[in-house]
Design a protein around this ligand. Sequence first.
Ligand code: DAH
Length: 372
Amino acid sequence: MTDLTTDKQTALAAIAAVGTLDALEEQRLAALGKKGWVSLALKTLGGMSPAERQEAAPAIQAVRAEIADAIDAKKAYLEAAALEAQLAAEKLDLTLPAPQSLRGSIHPVSQVMDELAEIFADLGFAVATGPEIEDDWHNFTALNMDESHPARAMHDTFYFPDAAPDGGQMLLRTHTSPVQIRTKKDVAAKNEGGAPIRIIAPGRVYRSDSDATHTPMFHQVEGLVVDRDIHLGHLKWTLETFFKAFFEREDIVLRLRPSYFPFTEPSVEVDVGYSNEGNRRVVGGHGDDEGHDWMELGGSGMVNARVLHSAGFDPEQWQGFAFGLGIDRIAMLKYGMNDLRAFFDGDPRWLAHYGFSPFDQPTLSAGVGARA
Ligand code: DAH
């Protein structure tokens, strides 16, 4: 029995000394494993007389239980220590500043399209759209620019090599005016001879033109009102009301200057009074006043009777006015940007500076952009 007691003391000391779960497992096998000394001691019971066995068995079982308890206790201790070490190693320092994540912004053109749509919606205008890949009938012919019309050449058109199904030519639309035609045709198809229309059509247009003030792709908004007894006074009031709301100024003065467009008669160019502040043009005031001048913002006029007719309207019953404005231009004026090309470079620094936060204001851009 002295052997057993010595072995037990040695084993308990070894168990107390181990520092890892692996080393503890070694100690368990050495004592309680199949060939461990406790197991071997238990096996000796078989060869004993009943009297010897009665004396030896409880002593060996007591040693076995003491060793097993010591191992369980040490195991629990080592596992807790391991967990604590892991928690300490994984600790997060919540006081560290978080890295800045890049956040997208609304492009000024999208922002301005939203503003346009909102202001014109207040005046009862719906947003209409048409394809950017157009045929030459909708882009030119129906707008009173037949094949030999010199205004066609002014448009520097991007043509597609393949002919349209009807034999015409396909092109990238050079202006938003074909949306006028498509809208009138749709309305005339449902209402024999015509019906009132009040739409704007914002979107991309394309011309083979590139310099400091021209990009091959740019944005226009077309406006179209058709009704009975419409005249130029309605056009002027509508544009004036729009520009006052858009530029957020009451002192907007418009000048309608006689001009020529094939699709309007009479035609006018729309100028707005402005002054220079530093190197920035600021809209407002009468262009003929001291320190002021006029700047062209777009074209407009009364829809030509031939254009109404080509889209299925009876010009004897219906009149209308139309206008076309450069969206990029009015965006630059409103938000003080002076290089058009920067609009389309996609430089994140420019966008971070001039872009609009999607969270500051409700925006329609997903809607308008998706349909344009
Ligand atoms: N479509 C013309 C252009 O791109 C602009 C324009 C002028 C549109 C007069 C109109 C209009 O609706 O009445 O140059």
